[in-house]
Write a new protein. Sequence first.
Length: 236
Amino acid sequence: MGEISCFADAPLGLLDHGPGEYRGRHCHDAAFVAVVLEGGYQEAGDEGRWNVRPGDALIHHAYESHLDRFEAKGARVLVLALPAALAATPHVRGRVDDPDHLVRLAERDARAASLHFAESFIAAAPSALDWPDMLADDLRRLDPFALSDWAEEKGVRAETLSRGFRAAYGCTPKSYRANVRARAAFAAVHLGGEAFADIAHRLHFTDQAHMTRAIAGLTGAPPGWWRRRQMDTRQR
């Protein structure tokens, strides 16, 4: 996870990205949605890799990491806060029928625009572009496996595996799996009452201390702090 630059939040509103712009792997601590208005780009992150065009929308959950490669003509993107109705959705890519209406709403009332996004979002089925996406999908399942075994099974040369994956996703497979595991642990700690030791065992951490370091490295705070914060929020 040391390969990631993290930002305190995502800038909301209209964003213009220049021709051929490249944003290296980074994360935001706040959840948000991105709706493509003009142009297009490729995003590769903890939830997959996609080529997006006008009308496409991507959902980003808290502490998700990704990189962006913008096309030769750049892109204009509307960024909104993730509506509560979609906070737990497993779908992260989809479309909206009338992105211009979202822009007009956002100019008057950003909250209303987010609520309308929740009503108009149409999820799209996941798809793999090539073998790095297949590997990313298997890494997201968090079932332990040796990368050398995966490479042999898929017919990918071992020396190509790390280099090709980094070219697609901006990090090594090992770093990718560590980040996905840390996010899964954070979600379990933050949203439920499962014992920390049980979470660590279920997600294949070496031990609870290993999980604690991973969550603190990702979010800046240990799991105990997040659990107390969540309990305080529920009691209000």
